[in-house]
Design a protein. Structure first.
Ligand code: AMP
Length: 206
């Protein structure tokens, strides 16, 4: 099972990715999480990409592809994996064809007008990577999973969200056609509850 999850920022990719990986026991590979971890640990990579991420733009393709390629060589990917946030553009999609062609690409579709509300209400856990919405957790300040203090991601502010959506429209959305042509694309309506979206994904994955 080599799964790619596509979808605009705030479509629920991260939440669905965690559920899918738990069910099928495959690693959840999120390039955004890898970059954030590097920023937290102030590695040379983290220092290099920090400003780019804070502005909502894409990190360099060569570095990103290298990270994913190395990660997919690890033992835990032998029976499959789920990529969340990669590929983000045609260059990365073509590179992925060379080192690990995906078997299924799930595109989670959401109404763009709802995305800003979805993202500005998001609270993230810097420790376990969990992501929660204030509609569900209310004013709770600590992570429901691990207890760490929740934060608002720097790129979850309205201005940066607008930039991220623009980047998505210009660079990531063309991948829908790319994977349609490959015959691996499955589209899911993401404007429903977490459980409903998950059920449909499970049906698609068989
Ligand atoms: P995400 O957590 O997937 O929303 O990603 C957060 C940020 O990390 C993005 O806005 C980019 O700056 C960077 N990023 C994540 N994945 C990629 C990728 N595949 N290519 C380039 N930049 C990425």
């Amino acid at each position: 099972m080599k799964i790619v999850l596509l979808g605009a920022p705030g479509c629920g990719k991260g939440t669905q990715a965690a559920k899918i990986c738990e069910k099928y026991n495959i690693p959840h590979i999120s390039t955004g999480d890898i970059f954030r971890e590097n920023i937290k640990n102030q590695t040379p990579l983290g220092i290099k990409v920090r400003a780019i991420m804070d502005s909502g733009n894409l990190c360099p393709d060569d570095v990103t592809c290298e990270i994913v390629k190395d990660r997919l060589l690890k033992d835990d990917c032998k029976n499959g994996f789920l990529l969340d946030g990669f590929p983000r553009n045609l260059y990365q999609a073509e590179a992925l064809e060379d080192f690990a062609k995906p078997t299924v690409v799930i595109d989670i579709k959401v109404d763009f007008s709802k995305i800003e509300k979805r993202i500005t209400g998001r609270r993230s856990c810097p420790r376990c990577g969990g992501s929660f919405h204030i509609d569900f957790i209310g004013s709770q300040e600590n992570c429901p999973e691990c207890g760490a203090k929740l934060i608002v991601r720097k790129d979850d502010t309205p201005e940066v969200i607008r930039e991220r959506l623009l980047v998505y429209r210009n660079y990531t959305e063309p991948l829908i056609d790319f994977y349609k042509k490959q015959g691996s694309l499955r589209s899911i309506d993401g404007d429903r509850s977490i459980d409903e979206v998950f059920e449909e994904i499970i049906k698609v994955l068989g």
